[in-house]
Ligand binder design. Structure first.
Ligand SMILES: NC(=O)C1=CN([C@@H]2O[C@H](COP(=O)(O)OP(=O)(O)OC[C@H]3O[C@@H](n4cnc5c(N)ncnc54)[C@H](OP(=O)(O)O)[C@@H]3O)[C@@H](O)[C@H]2O)C=CC1
Ligand SMILES: Nc1nc(=O)c2c([nH]1)NC[C@@H]1CN(c3ccc(C(=O)N[C@@H](CCC(=O)O)C(=O)O)cc3)C=[N+]21
Length: 297
């Protein structure tokens, strides 16, 4: 058996073009473009790549992109002051502060300073609380992108056994909340989980968000399972002696057992950016008081 490859890149391209069309309609209705502000502190090369691709995608969708690059030694107070000025800026609908931040800055303090109604990452405790209690709010981009791919492939997820590996605030926990909302039976595994292989073997849906290259192997999977690989790990390829990107799942062995699997790259990553644009467009409509049909995107 060989798994179907879930083409996140193609799905994300479709989502981006739908967002683009609605962004055009928003501009016509309001006379201004929806705007996303991205804040990057420091020179981390991976973060710089992400921020550049977010900016490019924002412009391509017909939205305004505001990039703020701050030096590594920026103080927490200065960063919070910038966030507050973006909260107050009527041209800015969405605010994203790229993580991780330098060690001397308290990430929670910065996230808490973001206006929850501009928090398109969905990281603010108010939005986490809204998700946990079933209220409308912003949902973190990566988990929301994963749910879109799962529903596209499986339709109704109700009653399925789902295992999420990882319990971070930005991926694992909101992912589990979303699967619960879809009426899956959800298990959250983490570094203290005993016999992870045994937990994974029960699952119809496996979401891997660990940060350990190729950790989840094909022989752990239930045959036919749907595997969503969130991991982004840069490793050195021993054969070519070049760096390459791999997920948290050992793709080759998993693809022999799974029913469907997302690749890395080209799976969840592109969805994260497309959902970010979607969330920004939703924020713009709410802030401008322009209605957007519930299932428009
Ligand atoms: N595609 C995309 O758009 C995105 C990809 N990522 C990628 O997803 C991965 C996870 O990111 P993130 O959630 O931020 O990472 P974190 O490091 O915040 O969390 C990792 C989680 O994995 C758990 N874990 C670590 N080791 C093991 C183990 N041996 N067995 C089981 N669980 C383990 C940890 O458990 P514990 O809590 O016990 O420490 C923790 O809950 C990374 O590769 C990251 O690069 C992240 C964001 C977006
Ligand atoms: N405030 C904040 N919000 C985030 O959403 C956020 C963040 N901080 N910090 C870092 C992580 C990581 N992340 C990714 C986004 C896109 C790809 C992506 O597009 N990946 C491509 C490959 C890109 C490459 O080649 O490097 C792919 O998987 O195909 C990956 C990872 C968002 N994150």
């Amino acid at each position: 058996m060989s798994a179907e490859i879930i083409d996140g890149k193609a799905f994300a391209a479709g989502l981006r073009s739908r967002v683009g069309a609605l962004a055009g309609a928003f501009e016509k209705a309001t006379g201004r473009k929806a705007g996303l502000a991205v804040v990057l502190v420091g020179e981390d090369p991976a973060s710089q790549v992400y921020v550049r691709s977010k900016g490019k995608a924002t412009l391509e969708a017909g939205m305004e992109s505001f990039e703020h690059r701050l030096p590594d030694d920026t103080s927490e107070a200065d960063l919070v002051a910038l966030v507050r000025s973006l909260n107050a800026d009527p041209a800015v609908d969405g605010i994203l502060v790229q993580l991780p931040l330098p060690k001397h800055i308290d990430e929670n303090a910065v996230i808490a300073a973001i206006d929850p109604d501009k928090d398109v990452d969905g990281f603010h405790p108010v939005n986490a609380g809204r998700l946990a209690t079933g209220l409308h709010g912003f949902v973190p981009c990566t988990p929301l992108g994963c749910i879109m791919l799962l529903k596209d492939r499986l339709g109704d997820l109700s009653g399925l056994d789902a295992v999420v590996i990882g319990r971070s605030n930005i991926v694992g926990k909101p992912m589990a909340q979303l699967l619960l909302k879809e009426s899956c039976t959800v298990t959250i595994a983490h570094s203290r989980t005993r016999d992870l292989a045994d937990v994974v073997r029960r699952a119809d849906i496996v979401v891997a968000a660990v940060g350990r290259p190729q950790m989840i192997r094909g022989d752990w999977l239930k045959p036919g399972a749907t595997v969503i690989d969130v991991g982004i790990n840069r490793i050195m390829d021993t054969e070519t002696a070049k760096g390459r990107l791999v997920g948290d799942v050992d793709f080759d062995s998993a693809a022999k057992v799974a029913g469907a699997i997302t690749p890395v790259p080209g799976g969840v990553g592109p969805m994260t950016i497309a959902v970010l644009l979607r969330n920004t467009l939703v924020a713009a409509h709410r802030l401008a008081g322009v209605p957007l049909a519930k299932d428009a995107i």
